[in-house]
Design a binder for this molecule. Structure first.
Ligand code: MG
Length: 160
């Protein structure tokens, strides 16, 4: 059996009047992501973690933000494509773990929905995915609610 680990990171600014989408779940809040796509930091970090684990490239290479095609794009498209490549290389997901730092709103109420939606997209059991919601203790710009960030680790396996 071969195992591979991948790590991904993402950050986006938050502004009023935009949508806040995390793990494909629309979260009601006065602010949302400033991004070329829908700005889903969890799916962006997870996409990078999957691609990084197999040394394939990164999200910016596969889906450049200079490409009009990805304007306002549903980020599950990026995640699905990264996972398709991972499976094509013969790997499957052992587990995904990550954290999201947002000063507001509290992520705890949406965590189950985010995990369930991600599990559905990847067609894996919910027990293989976990995320923690953290604040930045009001420190700096993330702490002032001007941005949100996410870091994700994924473990892949191949063979018995
Ligand atoms: Mg991003």
């Amino acid at each position: 059996m071969e195992i591979r680990v991948g790590i991904g990171f993402d950050i986006h600014r938050l502004e009023e009047g935009r949508e806040l989408v995390i793990g494909g779940v629309k979260i009601p809040y006065e602010k949302g992501w400033v991004a070329h796509s829908d700005g889903d930091i969890f799916f962006h970090a997870l996409t990078d973690a999957l691609l990084g684990a197999i040394g394939y490239g990164d999200i910016g290479q596969l889906f450049p933000d200079s490409d009009k095609k990805w304007e306002g794009a549903d980020s599950s498209i990026f995640l699905k494509e990264a996972y398709r490549i991972v499976k094509e290389k013969g790997y499957s997901i052992v587990n995904i773990d990550g954290y999201i730092i947002l000063q507001k709103p509290k992520l705890l109420y949406y965590r189950k929905k985010i995990i369930e939606n991600t599990a559905k997209i990847l067609d894996i059991d919910v027990s293989r995915i976990f995320i923690k919601g953290k604040t930045f203790e009001k420190i700096g710009e993330i702490g002032e609610g001007k941005a949100g960030m996410c870091e994700v680790v994924v473990l892949l396996r191949k063979g018995e």
